[in-house]
Design a protein around this ligand. Structure first.
Ligand code: F6R
Length: 657
């Protein structure tokens, strides 16, 4: 939550930063702002509301305004935590003398004490945010240590250099980077201030006294460095600078980074050089564009066949073994696993619920699925032979990070499923399987969900194989079924017009219920979540068998009930029970929409609408049954006039607990 960008280079920092914010707006859109260093002054422009408000304010400045020419700057798009989404609470926040500006993502937990201390020293705070204290603390630290110095110790890289190797940034014309050794300058001030903060933060700062320098720091919140030619970037996510460079550097926990036009320098909070890892991003700017679709969400729904295929690619070795991406565990460790917990939030949690059916079926290991935000607070029983599977598209969801850390303290093994290379969750896990969904820009998750399902199936197969429960040919047979899924998803996508039409007719419904059994139950939950978050309607998912225990009272004349049916082949008992449940709701006036398998003739007489999806093996069915529910939610939201990509009150990457 909150997107942040920093830039130093030859172009207009303001333009680069605003363009970067546009790509990060999915992280929050309550307000946006920039600060640049122009003519030895820090200039801040910020506005409540979406980025367009900021862009308009900038466009209204005189054409010759020097702000446009500034070569270094920072920008922020906010998801409000402390303080309402107003102009005054928008970032950047400036120090009282206006010489330092700061942006922040996360929550500074000890801000109240720091604010009291600043107020006691006579500082007047201009906002209700936790973030503003950092600007004043930096200014105080700079005032205390005001000696200009040269570049100090640190891991650094430059245009031609191998990022992360020893060496000093700079060259002719290099900006001065404040030095931790002597304790002066913005870099040293940032280290000193960070050491006083508790909570989660990514911070970027600029100072009027050090033009050509942006300093960043991170703890429990994401920050990556973009390595360009004669220009460097800092951002919450590579999407912000992907149109300029695909070379990035991961920052570790509790690190401070300084960028100039000539290089970057990374140290820990004590000023010691810090190891970093450089990587190349395997998608480009076009992947993060709408590509002719009205909304990113529609584009991302359409990309699902490719995303599923990409996630499967190269997973089966010639010897018929499933491979993960990073494994810091032995096969014996996996053989010792006697219990699995899946921890995740929201849509990723629903992927985990589906995974439970597959993992228990294939491995016979008991598997529990928990909301990450609840996990550590109920003191779960964990030990060395527990495997915790953390699922997170962003890899930065704070609830999931905290659940993972709790598991590690209890000595459990952690396996991550993530879509974001270099993010915190995979970095802190013992094994990783990356989904290859590419960038997901729409706030509502679609292709990430389908690829998480695929990754979960692969993890289940891998465990079954390592433990000797499934032979290579059995694993190969399931992988072949998975490989057939992209074309089945394509088939679903080709038949969505009636679903869109249905969506348009449901725009005025007061409430929509979703029911399912077996793996159709998590699909029902996911369908309801999509509708809630996009259409702002009351929507709930239920296990179909639970309806009669209470929720059936919600059904009124005309209440739409979306029913996710299991295949009548192989799971005939479940199918029959589902038909009974449909009859129960219909008898109470429900308008029944059935999602059923092709050839399921039994359902039609009991439904007002039937959406047919291709035949699939039962456990893999969510890969096709979810898709019409995504399309339905997007269409209902659009019919109600909502912003499909940026629903109110939400942000994509939830980096606070
Ligand atoms: C819903 C949605 C969220 C996320 C959840 C977890 O459409 O996108 O429910 O699934 O916030 O996010 P990640 O997967 O990044 O941990």
């Amino acid at each position: 939550m909150c997107g942040i960008v920093g830039y130093v280079g030859a172009r207009s920092a303001c333009t680069v930063v605003v363009d970067g914010l546009r790509r990060l707006e999915y992280r929050g859109y309550d307000s946006a702002g920039v600060a640049v260093v122009a003519d030895d002054e820090v200039r801040v422009v910020k506005r409540a509301g979406k980025l367009t408000n900021l862009a308009k304010a900038l466009a209204e400045l005189p054409p010759a305004d020097r702000l446009r020419a500034a070569a270094s700057g920072i920008g922020h798009t906010r998801w409000a935590t402390h303080g309402a989404p107003t102009d005054r609470n928008a970032h950047p926040h400036a120090s009282a003398d206006g010489r330092v500006a700061v942006i922040h993502n996360g929550i500074i937990e000890n801000f109240a004490r720091l604010r009291d201390e600043l107020e006691a020293a006579g500082v007047e705070l201009a906002s209700d945010t936790d973030s503003e204290v950092v600007a004043h603390l930096l200014a105080a630290e700079l005032a205390r240590t005001a000696v200009p110095v040269g570049v100090g110790a640190g891991t650094s890289g430059s245009d031609g250099g191998p990022g992360g190797d020893a060496g000093i940034s700079g060259g002719a014309g290099a900006a001065t980077v404040g030095d931790g050794a002597s304790g002066a300058g913005l870099v040293a001030a940032m280290r000193a201030v960070c050491a006083r903060l508790t909570g989660a933060f990514t911070l970027l700062a600029v100072s009027a006294d050090e033009p050509g320098l942006v300093v960043g720091a991170r703890r429990n919140s994401p920050l990556v460095v973009g390595v360009g030619a004669g220009e460097y970037f800092l951002a919450s996510d590579v999407a912000a600078f992907i149109e300029h460079t695909r070379d990035a550097v991961e920052l570790g926990q509790d690190q401070v980074v300084a960028i100039t036009a000539d290089g970057y320098q990374v140290t820990d909070f004590a000023g010691a050089p810090a190891p970093t890892q450089r990587y190349h991003v395997d998608w480009d700017a076009s992947a993060a564009e709408k590509g002719g679709y009205d909304y990113f969400m529609l584009k991302e729904i359409a990309e699902q066949p490719k995303a599923v295929a990409d996630t499967l690619r190269g997973r089966l070795t010639e010897a018929g073994e499933i491979t993960l991406d990073e494994v810091r565990l032995s096969d014996q460790d996996l053989r010792d696993v006697d219990k699995i917990f899946i921890v995740a939030c929201g849509t990723a949690y629903h992927a985990g619920l589906v995974a439970k059916y597959a993992i228990e079926h294939w491995t016979r290991i008991p598997c529990e699925v928990e909301l990450a935000s609840e996990f550590r607070y109920r003191d779960p029983v964990l030990d060395r032979s527990t495997l915790v599977v953390a699922i997170s598209q962003s890899g930065e969801t704070m609830d999931t990070i905290m659940a993972l850390r709790h598991a590690k303290v209890q000595k459990a093994r952690v396996l991550a499923i993530s879509n974001t290379n270099g993010s915190t969750i995979p970095r802190e896990s013992d094994a990783v399987l990356y989904t290859h969904a590419g960038p997901e820009v729409a706030v509502a998750s679609t292709k990430a969900f389908l690829t998480q399902l695929v990754a979960c199936y692969l993890v289940g197969l891998h465990l079954a194989q390592v433990r000797g429960i499934k032979y290579a040919d059995e694993v190969g047979a399931v992988v072949a079924q998975l490989q057939a899924m992209p074309s089945k998803v394509d088939e679903v996508l080709a038949t969505m017009e009636p679903v869109r039409e249905l969506g348009r007719s449901l725009g005025s419904a007061r409430s929509v219920l979703f029911i399912g059994r077996h793996v159709g139950y998590p699909v029902a939950l996911e369908g309801a979540l999509k509708l809630k978050e996009l259409a702002y309607m009351h929507a709930e998912g239920f296990a179909a068998g639970e309806l009669k225990h209470g929720p059936i009272a919600l059904i009124d004349d005309g209440t739409p009930v979306i029913c996710v049916l299991p295949s009548p082949r192989g799971r005939a008992v479940l199918h029959d029970k589902m038909i009974s449940n449909i009859q129960e709701v219909r008898a109470r006036g429900a308008r029944v929409v059935a999602i059923a398998e092709e050839g399921d003739t039994a359902v039609a007489p009991h439904a007002d609408h039937v959406v047919y999806v291709p035949r699939t093996p039962t456990l893999l069915a969510p890969l096709v049954t979810t898709v019409p529910l995504q399309v339905l939610a997007a269409e209902i939201a659009a019919t109600r006039g909502h912003d499909v990509d940026q629903p109110r009150n939400l942000a994509k990457s939830v980096t606070v607990e």
